[in-house]
Write a protein that binds this ligand. Sequence first.
Ligand code: AN7
Length: 351
Amino acid sequence: MRWNGVIQKYRSYLPFDEDVQIISLNEGNTPLIKADRLAEIIAPKANLQLYLKYEGLNPTGSFKDRGMTAAITQAVHEGAKTVICASTGNTAASAAAYAARAGLRCLVLVPEGKIALGKLAASLAYGAEVISIDGSFDDGLDMVREIVERQPIALVNSVNPWRLEGQKTGAFEIIDQLDGRSPDWHCLPVGNAGNISAYWMGYKQYDKGRPRILGGQAAGSAPIVTGKVVEKPETIATAIRIGNPARWRQALEALDESGGIITAVTDDDILASWNLLAKTEGVFVEPASATGIAALKQQIEMGAIDPTNKTAVCILTGHGLKDPGTAVAQATDPHTLPATIEALEKYLAGS
Ligand code: AN7
């Protein structure tokens, strides 16, 4: 069967009007990759069934496309000509792409110097007006929430309920890919908390079993863990450098209702899991996307999660090519050799 995106696939679960014109880039249908080698490292001999939901394979390279197809579709339906968002980068790239496809003007506010190169490049390429502010994501979100009160502009951050409607299809897909069963644990990074809220909505609505939710926040940007707004959030995982999540309350509901856990992991933990993912499974993600793995590893080590015979799905939210700067900075330089077969043989011999 042809795949035409998440709205067409899950239309009966989404509250669109009959006559809506779908704006899609055929997002969704991302692979659920079994990760046996990684499972054996984070939970030795426990028969943990670990799966990676590789959302970085969406059309703009992040999970945001599921929600954006819905938000832009509805914005067009309501007659919007301009859309706006604040973003740590992935929402910006996604909004820019779907707005381009719909012929809308798109403005994105990003924190100056704190947006990964691939996200900036993509937003500009798709023709968005990229506005760099000397503040955080949270400052930008305050600005865009205010401007849409004053101007006829549609807000496409995840405070827009259509974003969650589209995003929740990730939960449907996981259950479908697991042949109708829910995992025991659903692990993911938490920034503005749209994704955690949407997944929980999706699991409840699909009604084929519910996982417990494990959310990971970066230690320097962990407002939900500490219960306090973080004025100056910091982390190498710039995607989740967010101090005052818009969907905070829904995230707490998801955690509470699912018997879940939210925990903070250090940047070192995030990078260690990021490294493991790439080097043991061949799956390259941006640093924030490794936060779910880092959280699962930590909770297993602490004895808070028993992995024995359990199924866990970790959401890998963004592609590694989003943040080439961090990847290169973490790596050793390539080897340099003369362009001769002798030099290559010498290198292979280890001299
Ligand atoms: C790779 O793009 O907030 O908890 O403005 O890009 O739903 O916010 C990105 C968030 C996780 C956190 N992983 O998801 C934005 C933005 C990646 C992300 C998150 C983001 P939410």
